[in-house]
Ligand binder design. Structure first.
Ligand code: MG
Length: 124
């Protein structure tokens, strides 16, 4: 089993082996993350609830593989951004989850869908 640091090293090696760092600007990597997210969303576009249930119940291996592929593409973009900016994505993710745990106190939101703006966003 790998942790996120191992995955970050794999992404770094992939980029360095191909000498692609010079092309991987933060602008392009962030746009790539968005494009890959759109490719994931396209799988579900105009599909009904039955489609989602079929996927959730592992009833369509071909689509399941496409989803895995797009989610991995998104992860690669995130890992590449972390590599380019030289930060530890695992630590950043844990910090984000700590923030979300505080913002969405389980005793206040359990079973409810509510949006609570982050203190950073409320000042903009
Ligand atoms: Mg893709």
């Amino acid at each position: 089993m790998s942790d996120l640091k191992d995955l970050q090293k794999i992404a770094k090696k992939f980029i360095d082996d191909r000498d692609w760092r010079k092309f991987q600007t933060l602008k392009d990597l962030s746009m790539n993350a968005s494009v890959e997210s759109a490719e994931l969303m396209e799988i579900f576009l105009w599909k009904d609830k039955k489609f989602e249930e079929e996927i959730t119940n592992h009833g369509n291996r071909k689509i399941e593989d496409k989803i895995k592929n797009e989610v991995s593409d998104i992860l690669f973009s995130c890992l590449a951004i972390a590599d380019q900016m030289n930060f530890d994505l695992e630590e950043a993710y844990k910090n984000k989850m700590d923030e979300l745990n505080k913002r969405y106190d389980v005793n206040k939101v359990k079973g409810k869908i509510i949006k609570i703006n982050s203190p950073d966003n409320s000042q903009k």
